[in-house]
Design a binder for this molecule. Sequence first.
Ligand code: C5P
Length: 236
Amino acid sequence: MAEDVIIALDFPDRERTMDFLTRFGEERPYVKIGMELFYAAGPGIVREIKERGHKIFLDLKLCDIPNTVKGAMRSLSSLGVDIINLHAFGAGGMMRAALEGLTLPDGTRKTKLIAVTILTSTSEDALHRELYIEKPLAETVMLYAENARAAGLDGVVCSPLEAGEVHERCGADFLTVTPGVRFSGGERGDQVRVTTPARARELGSDYIVVGRPITGAEDPVAAWRRARAEFLGGNA
Ligand code: C5P
């Protein structure tokens, strides 16, 4: 069910990020911090944005041996972000270790953990010829989503076009966080398969991740309001 619009803060430094957020005045949009900003500005930028009152999806796509990912998640858990992610490619052991790392000493876990299945930049051809995975790409995406569910994760990053099948196979409460969203008539940029916010809602997306249609808009606040109005319908 449509929960919120997450703005991808794909900026190269703190200054441009804070300038952008300042334009929102008292409003506190849900934001995504990815590798570009995190590696440039460090964990301090996450704390600063969290302290301003924003919800944060920390998009660092971890993938390493279970012990290392568990330690990394333990370090990241202190940031108190709302959603964090990893690659399902790390398999069940790594995903379960990540959950352990995010679990606080009192046994609770505040941060939702979601998985990237197959990167959307991976073609069917590359999957078979370079990664040596024989199953069709669409089926591999669903099997990886099921692996994430079995490991106890909270959801996956996927296309809005896959959200319905993910919910059918993994349950209605399994989150689908979906990039690849564009306003009707807007520019696609490098996204190939795009969906409007309203269509993403119809398809069952829980969160849409929107970057350039908002960050590159002349009036980002108006673009964010439009995305929320279209995605959340009467609940905006
Ligand atoms: O600017 P745009 O709306 O295309 O930004 C989408 C955001 O979602 C970017 O931060 C991009 O890295 C991320 N993303 C994506 N496709 C995926 C996974 C993440 O576009 N499969």
